[in-house]
Write a protein that binds this ligand. Structure first.
Ligand code: ZN
Length: 264
């Protein structure tokens, strides 16, 4: 949106989209890493480009965070996870303008469900309520034996002090309440997401490359059910051809502009 000559096109597209959202019975959004990156959270994949932080998987080995590693060596899993956590959230992270805009859309009755691939908890922190965290949340840990969950922060304190792996009162090993490599998406969240995608009149895919399945199937479900598909992303996605609105822009600029257009 900062590029000269493209502003008018993006503005016109956003205002047409805003009109459609204002008239829509149900609107659903799906967010990916592109919504978290402006909060200072590095992307997981991609090229190092010099000005942003290195993609996480360029500096950490995804195999260290696989379910098999958790089962085989939970002590070292948690040690590596602590390092990963510092990389992701070390500077302390806050919701950005994209999170705020989505919370505003919901508060004004223009957003019925917010599906996210992100595990940083920033949508909830921004005040969004109808959030479906498809890959879980790093704000909680879950006992691998009894299934009880608890807030993650006090557990991270124990991990920093050397309790590795941290354990539940029942003696079971605690696990971050996120979907690890090698684990399926929880059925309940994905079922809710599929239902929301099927029923919506407008589906907004924001800051996601739409390549990580099964979450990437959701725009297709929405489009096949007759929903309008809008893609807001800095880079091309595989849905650009099929999208009714293909908006190549940063979510922190496009979403506040969309909220402003709805007000206008
Ligand atoms: Zn337990």
């Amino acid at each position: 949106m900062e590029r000269d000559g493209e502003n008018d096109g993006v503005d016109a597209t956003l205002s047409a989209l805003a009109t459609e959202i204002a008239d829509a019975e149900r609107v659903v959004a799906l967010t990916g890493a592109g919504v978290s990156v402006p909060s200072g959270i590095p992307p997981f994949r991609g090229e190092s480009n010099g000005d942003g932080p290195d993609p996480v998987w360029n500096t950490h080995d995804p195999a260290d965070f696989h379910r098999r590693r958790f089962d085989a060596d939970p002590e070292r899993f948690w040690t590596d996870r602590l390092s990963l956590r510092e990389t992701l959230y070390g500077g302390g992270v806050e919701p950005n303008a994209a999170h705020e805009a989505l919370a505003t859309l919901e508060a004004r009755g223009h957003l019925d469900a917010l599906l996210t691939q992100n595990v940083d908890g920033l949508h909830a922190a921004a005040g969004s309520e109808s959030v479906v965290e498809l890959h879980g949340t790093s704000a909680r840990v879950v006992c691998d034996r009894c299934g009880a969950t608890q807030p993650a922060d006090p557990v991270w304190e124990r991990v920093r002090e050397g309790e590795r792996p941290p354990t539940c009162d029942c003696g079971g090993v605690l696990k971050p309440d996120v979907v690890l490599f090698g684990e399926p998406l929880p059925d309940e969240g994905f079922d809710r997401a599929q239902r929301a995608a099927r029923r919506c009149a407008v589906f907004l895919a924001v800051g996601s490359s739409l390549t990580v399945r099964p979450a990437a199937l959701l725009p297709e479900i929405a489009a096949e059910s007759g929903g309008t598909l809008a893609v807001i992303n800095l880079d091309p996605t595989e849905y650009d051809e099929r999208a009714d609105y293909d908006i190549r822009a940063d979510a922190t600029e496009a979403l506040p502009a969309l909220v402003a257009a709805l007000d206008g």
